[in-house]
Write a protein that binds this ligand. Structure first.
Ligand code: ATP
Length: 324
């Protein structure tokens, strides 16, 4: 549905986006994750046709955003970082105005507004002035205007920023429900937001895509952890001589059981744990636990951020595959 190809954007000497490329399929919910200043808002403004790239192109359903801006915008529901709300208007008057601005035909407006109000749980707030609403409810109004014209693609820039924990849970639930009808791309600098909402993350750091993968792929490592019931003579050597093993690090588990962290070669894939299990059976080791080691998204993110500081080329640190 979205194709981003070699996108570049500079603000004078600031390289906000550097050769950004990826693809998003219909029905996906994708988190664009990055620290402050990573280029998320710049990217979203280009995708929604509010900013021109210096190089590269973005297409939505095959249409170039730059040359078919209006047509593409009609397919997109956009919640900017600061929603364009009018505090002196009631929720109802505001949604009515947005329906007019979106050129929704008169005979469809009531139905569209009702659907958006119902989806965002604003039924009991229709006559309230926007300026009197809590931040969480204002964000709901922002979401309601974004889905008013039944867009197939929903783009949300930091949708929970500034909300309290209860409001965050509510808005996330809302986004999850909206994702049943639309493809969703949202930006955030909050790692748990990505874990809570989506399967796939695109990590943007310093204007470059540093990772693009399903969360399980990002978390996966080529390493395994083996814990035995008791010491087994020669276990380290035996493990070290398994194919695809780079190193073995014995450790004492907190409960006193002997453990081994087994580092696989990068291409070891899923084959390492079955190989360890086979050798453990063959040697008669009393296995207490055997698992593939996983990383948290936070670890992945920190590793990528560190790698960016020390080796700023995109090819060096790209993780995962573009998921099509
Ligand atoms: P945040 O999470 O803080 O909103 P972001 O990931 O959305 O950050 P951008 O707002 O896209 O990042 O900014 C990317 C870089 O471009 C930053 O270094 C920012 O200072 C710079 N930048 C953004 N807009 C402009 C502008 N209009 N003029 C000059 N520099 C800009």
């Amino acid at each position: 549905m979205i194709d981003v190809s070699h996108l570049k954007k500079f603000y004078g000497p600031i390289r906000a986006l550097e050769d950004v490329s990826f693809h998003i399929d219909r029905g996906e919910i994708v988190g664009l994750l990055g620290p402050n200043g990573a280029g998320k808002t710049t990217f979203i403004k280009i995708l929604t046709g509010y900013l021109q790239p210096d190089e590269g192109r973005v297409t939505v359903d095959g249409l170039d955003v730059q040359s078919h801006t209006r047509t593409v915008q009609a397919e997109i529901g956009y919640l900017p970082e600061t929603a364009p709300l009018y505090p002196e208007l009631s929720v109802q008057a505001y949604l009515q105005m947005m329906a007019d601005l979106r050129r929704i035909p008169d005979d469809e407006q009531l139905q569209c507004i009702s659907e958006a109000v119902y989806a965002t749980g604003l039924e009991s707030h229709l006559t309230r002035l926007i300026g009197e609403l809590s931040k969480g409810f204002r964000q709901r109004v922002g979401l309601a205007q974004a889905i008013l014209h039944r867009p197939r693609l929903l783009i949300l820039d930091e949708p929970t920023v500034g909300l309290d924990p209860m409001q965050i849970v509510e808005i996330r639930g809302l986004i999850r429900r909206l994702a049943r009808q639309s493809t969703v791309l949202f930006s955030t600098h909050i790692l748990s937001e990505v874990e809570a909402l989506c399967d796939r993350a695109i990590i943007l750091i310093n204007g470059q895509v540093k990772a693009d993968a399903h969360l399980s792929e990002l978390a996966a490592t080529a390493n395994a952890v083996l814990i035995l019931e008791r010491e087994a003579a020669g276990a380290v050597d035996r493990l070290r001589h398994l194919g695809q093993v780079r190193a073995v690090d014995p450790f004492q588990g907190s409960d006193g059981y002997p453990g081994f962290r087994i580092f696989g070669e990068p291409n070891a894939g899923d084959g390492l744990t079955p190989a360890i299990y086979a050798v453990a059976r063959e040697q008669g080791w009393p296995v207490r636990e055997l698992r593939q080691d996983v990383r948290t998204l936070e670890t992945v993110f920190n590793e990528l951020a560190l790698a960016t500081e020390s080796a700023p080329t995109q090819e060096d640190t790209m993780v995962g595959e573009v998921v099509s």
